[in-house]
Design a protein around this ligand. Structure first.
Ligand code: NAP
Length: 315
């Protein structure tokens, strides 16, 4: 079994930022994650990370990873299937069968793509049905596609696809979007994008690949001829495997306090997997840093928020 001071589960903004802060406190640090970069890496244009005028999501996350590695963080692309509380820490079982021991643990594995759960979605997955515009948009050059959703991810997807596809239907179940106004304005001004509002996807159809999407609109059912369906309807949380270890809220998010402590001593959590509001890269990065500093204090035998005690912060 390999031993570390800190293991971080997840390599998105929260996990990689935690790794940076943990290694700079000279804690031996392992990051375990199925992918690198989390949700930010699936975002094409990042214009709201302070200090960075513009970056693609993958590029920003690769810089996060390199910075953490520069200070000694070990990053392994391996998911975690089981976590047990053990003497003096935690034992984690990796997907490749390896066991790891950590004195302190930070959970930062974010959320996963939500599905539409309509006929044809599973059948045509990766045959026209995709969940990551940044990764898959180039495959749809010159084609007609549909994007489903009304949040920032959907807007990012249509803005990106407008440079690649020939026509884009944006299908949303309401007539109001929850995305940032600046993105909505760009979408509304783009003549390649046709809004299909107050409408829900009923079925994704095709032969070997997607060739249409059936939508229920206010004026009745319609079949839109598309070769791709980008499902951008938000994220789902998968915290079932830690539910006996930490307290979750009704939405399955991990409950944390101001110092990113969970209900289990020595176990911290950060980013989208937690109850933190406003799921944004910059917020996750800050939360990851906070969790690592709190874990450091914990390993020193101090209260996780000790550093702030003399600055008037409430413990
Ligand atoms: P989101 O904000 O939760 O939006 C999901 C959208 O999908 C909503 O419009 C929702 O409709 C719709 N939806 C949910 N379930 C659906 C279903 N079963 N069928 C049809 N439509 C469904 O998710 P997101 O856009 O992925 O964003 C997640 C978080 O990441 C947000 O906090 C967002 O700000 C952040 N993010 C930020 C950026 C950026 O800053 N550039 C980029 C991407 C993501 P309703 O509106 O009717 O609920």
């Amino acid at each position: 079994m390999k031993n570390y001071d800190v293991i971080i589960v997840g390599a998105g903004a929260a996990g990689l930022s935690a790794a940076l802060y943990s290694t700079r406190r000279k804690l031996s640090t392992l990051v375990l994650s199925r992918d690198l970069g989390g949700q930010t890496a699936t975002t094409m244009d990042i214009e709201n990370y302070p200090g960075v005028d513009f970056s693609t999501g993958p590029d920003l996350m690769s810089r996060f990873a390199k910075q953490a590695q520069k200070f000694g963080a070990e990053i392994r692309l391996e998911g975690v299937t089981k976590i047990d509380k053990a003497e003096n820490g935690f034992v984690l079982l990796g997907e490749l069968g390896e066991e790891y021991h950590a004195k302190a643990l930070i959970l930062a594995f974010g959320k996963s793509h939500r599905h539409l759960d309509v006929p044809g979605e599973t059948e045509f997955m990766n045959k026209g049905v995709v969940y990551c515009a940044t990764c898959d948009a180039p495959l749809f050059e010159g084609k007609t596609v549909a994007v489903v959703g009304g949040g920032n991810s959907a807007m990012d997807a249509v803005i990106l696809l407008s440079k690649i596809a020939s026509k884009i239907y944006l299908i949303h179940r309401r007539n109001e979007f929850r995305a940032e106004e600046i993105l909505i304005d760009r979408v509304k001004a783009d003549s390649k994008i046709e809004l299909v509002l107050n409408s829900t996807v009923q079925e994704i159809k095709g032969d070997q690949f997607v060739n249409a999407v059936r939508v229920i609109t206010p004026t009745g059912p319609k079949e839109l001829p598309v070769e791709g369906v980008f499902v951008e309807v938000g994220q789902q949380i998968f915290t079932d495997f830690v539910k006996d270890l930490v307290q979750l809220n009704d939405a399955g998010e991990i409950m944390v306090d101001n110092f990113n402590q969970t209900s289990c001593s020595g176990l911290f959590a950060a980013g989208d997997v937690t109850i933190v509001p406003f799921k944004q890269t910059v917020i996750s990065a800050g939360e990851g840093a906070k969790a690592a500093l709190a874990a450091y204090n914990y390993l020193q035998g101090r209260h996780p928020g000790d550093r702030f005690a003399d600055q008037g912060y409430i413990k």
